[in-house]
Design a protein around this ligand. Structure first.
Ligand SMILES: Nc1ncnc2c1ncn2[C@@H]1O[C@H](COP(=O)(O)OP(=O)(O)OP(=O)(O)O)[C@@H](O)[C@H]1O
Length: 623
């Protein structure tokens, strides 16, 4: 088929669903269609500007970049035209016929099937180009990619039902014009004043002039058309910041917080950065997109400039406009640039300061932030040694004293008990498993608070955060515990001096049975209820971390735990007088397996455990 032929193509199923929603939508604020189309036009111009940095001929002699909005009352059309990058025929089919955009994918995730609810979502998401069909019963898109011949124009048209047509046409102008054939009953939009008001409301921050015919027939720039970040802070309203954020972040909700700052000195730059309210679905994707756009002296250079902020702040969205970088800066150059390092560390500090301020002054908002992005921020403790202390202050935990995710290390330190100088934590798969850990028994008795660490990253976090404000972080499941003089005067299990040799003999006898499963067996100071628990060596990885590494397929150095036994527990006491070697071995193995289970671990051979347990139960019955 020659490319000039007119093709009729079907929309992807999801697009059809979306269009159906638009057309039958009960959504009343239809005016967002204009915001969406202007936002696309502005992105298209940014792309052209960037590509033209390398190849000026793309301007085709016209570098007066702008967006035109025009109403034709008689023809009942609204046209939104840009002289941006434009699209080839293939690009039109790919971009307009299918759903790739992140915003729209998220929209679909939220659909409920309840018409009224779903209609409201449209307003929140905007859902891009397709929102044109809320006010139009037919949409024509004319476009030509910058740098292609005028015979390579493309005309796309659809009535928003199952299919659309594309054909190649002659088009002298570069860029894209979207013509909306306004639906019966939506006549309010065929009015210049109405459109101007909508533009001022939603698109004032767009850097390009948005031009409409003025009363006298000349043309008038409707928006401020100044880069929002370049304007003085005191002149910018919250609403303007919010709309700008929605545009750069392709988000539908207002952000949680922002910083707008102009830095002078070694590197001059302006940063306008936002913390979103909600985590995107691809926060943990390997090839996720980053959030910050790089501008150089108001000229858009690139999206997703990952060099501008460290990985653990990848949720931040916004703009950094650098004064001193060359316009032709590429990703490769950015990677090696010292100037960028300066900007990056400055911007990082600003974001961390913003979070600290939020935590202090708006704890409710900070809680929202933490719930959405806390896990990512934790990566910073591992990644960013220079800011480790700053980040440590921002961490929040669940503890044995509080079930919410709201305890800071400073809170913890402030309520440490008499004699306590360490920060204690336990790591486990889940908060429930952590709370039931036998290691906590003595802590509960003594009234000592313990942090419950249940995120995967936590194991790495504690290996990098060895102390907080002079207080060492200490696992409750590692090494020998010395809690003498700490907290309430409750001690762990005690062994009378005269009985020591006997306990020593028991420990050794058990250790023999367990062989190289354990490093040693010893009498516990931490258990008060459970019969036994496993303890890792002070410098070992820790039992939970080993399990995680194994699950991830990594080879871990085999470290052997210590089995601690509770001399106050009847099962253990009973073992001392067990004369049958077989039964002694079975009980010992049982205690060992129980200790693994109690920490949320899994047994190598579950069937063997069950078999042994049943054997012992039957033995008890016979006795
Ligand atoms: N005026 C235009 N000029 C050039 N390309 C355009 C234009 N309008 C739309 N496109 C292309 O079509 C794609 C789809 O647009 P659409 O508005 O549906 O979503 P989006 O803007 O990419 O994403 P989001 O939903 O996150 O806003 C755009 O990504 C762009 O590639």
């Amino acid at each position: 088929m020659t490319t000039t032929e007119k093709q009729t193509l079907g929309f992807q199923t999801e697009v059809r669903q979306l269009l159906d929603l638009m057309i039958h939508s009960l959504y009343s604020d239809k005016d967002i269609f204009l915001r969406e189309l202007i936002s696309n036009a502005s992105d298209a111009v940014d792309k052209l500007r960037f590509e033209a940095l390398r190849d000026e001929s793309l301007y085709e002699g016209d570098s007066d970049l702008k967006i035109r909005v025009q109403v034709d009352k008689a023809a009942r059309t609204i046209t939104i035209a840009d002289n941006g990058i434009g699209m080839t025929r293939d690009e039109v089919i790919e971009n307009i016929g299918t759903i790739a955009s992140s915003g729209t994918r998220r929209f679909f995730e939220r659909l409920t099937g309840d018409e009224a609810k779903d209609a409201r979502l449209i307003g929140q998401f905007g859902v891009g180009f397709y929102s044109a069909f809320m006010v139009a019963d037919r949409v024509t898109l004319l476009t030509r990619r910058a740098g292609t011949a005028s015979a390579q124009g493309v005309r796309w048209e659809s009535a928003g039902t199952g299919d659309y047509t594309v054909e190649t046409v002659e088009r002298p102008e570069r860029g894209t014009a979207v013509v909306l054939h306004v639906r019966e009953g939506e006549d309010e939009f065929l009015d210049d004043h109405r459109l101007k008001a909508i533009i001022r409301r939603y698109s004032d921050h767009i850097t390009l002039p948005i031009v409409m015919p003025a009363a006298d027939g000349a043309s008038e720039t409707v928006n401020k058309a100044a880069a929002l970040w370049a304007r003085p802070r005191q002149d910018i309203t919250e609403l303007e910041y919010d709309e700008f954020y929605k545009h750069v972040a392709h988000d539908f909700e207002a952000p949680l917080a922002h910083i707008h700052s102009r830095v002078e000195g070694k590197q001059e730059y302006t940063a306008l950065l936002f913390v979103p309210r909600r985590a995107p679905f691809d926060l943990f994707d390997r090839d996720r997109r980053y959030g910050v756009k790089l501008y150089v002296r108001r000229v858009f250079i690139m999206d997703d400039a990952e060099q501008l902020l460290p990985n653990y702040l990848r949720f931040v969205r916004g703009v950094i406009d650098a004064a001193d970088l060359p316009l032709n800066v590429s990703r490769e150059i950015l990677q090696k640039s010292r100037d960028i390092d300066t900007i990056r560390s400055g911007a990082t500090r600003k974001v961390l300061d913003l979070l600290a301020e939020l935590a202090e002054k708006e704890p409710e908002k900070y809680r929202t932030f933490w719930a959405e992005f806390g896990v990512v921020l934790k990566e910073g403790v591992v990644e960013d040694a220079g800011n480790r202390e700053r980040i440590a202050k921002l961490l929040r935990f669940q503890t044995t004293a509080e079930s919410g995710d709201g305890v800071s290390l400073a809170d913890y330190v402030a309520r440490m008990v008499e004699g306590q100088d360490k920060i204690y934590y336990v790591t486990a798969e889940s908060a429930a498993a952590a709370r039931h850990s036998p290691h906590l028994e003595i802590f509960r008795r003594k009234g000592i608070e313990v942090l419950l660490l249940t995120d995967r990253i936590d194991e790495w976090l504690v290996t990098h955060l060895s102390e907080f404000e002079g207080h060492a972080l200490r696992s409750v499941a590692k090494g020998d515990l010395d809690l003498k003089g700490v907290g309430r005067d409750e001690d762990g299990p005690k062994v009378a001096e005269t009985e020591e040799p006997e306990w020593k003999a028991l420990s050794e006898r058990m250790a023999k049975v367990l062989g190289d499963k354990v490093k040693e067996v010893r009498v516990s100071h931490r258990l008060t209820e459970s019969p036994a628990c496993l303890v890792a060596g002070e410098h070992d990885l820790g039992i939970h971390l080993e399990r995680l590494l194994k699950a991830a397929g990594q080879n871990t150095p085999a470290s052997r735990p210590v089995l601690e036994i509770n001399p106050g527990h009847p099962l253990v006491v009973r073992l001392r007088s067990e004369s049958s070697e077989q039964r002694f071995a079975d009980w010992t193995m049982l205690l060992f397996d129980q200790a693994i289970l109690a920490e949320g671990g899994t047994l190598e051979d579950g069937a063997d455990f069950v078999h042994r347990l049943n054997g012992l139960l039957l033995g008890l019955q016979g006795a």
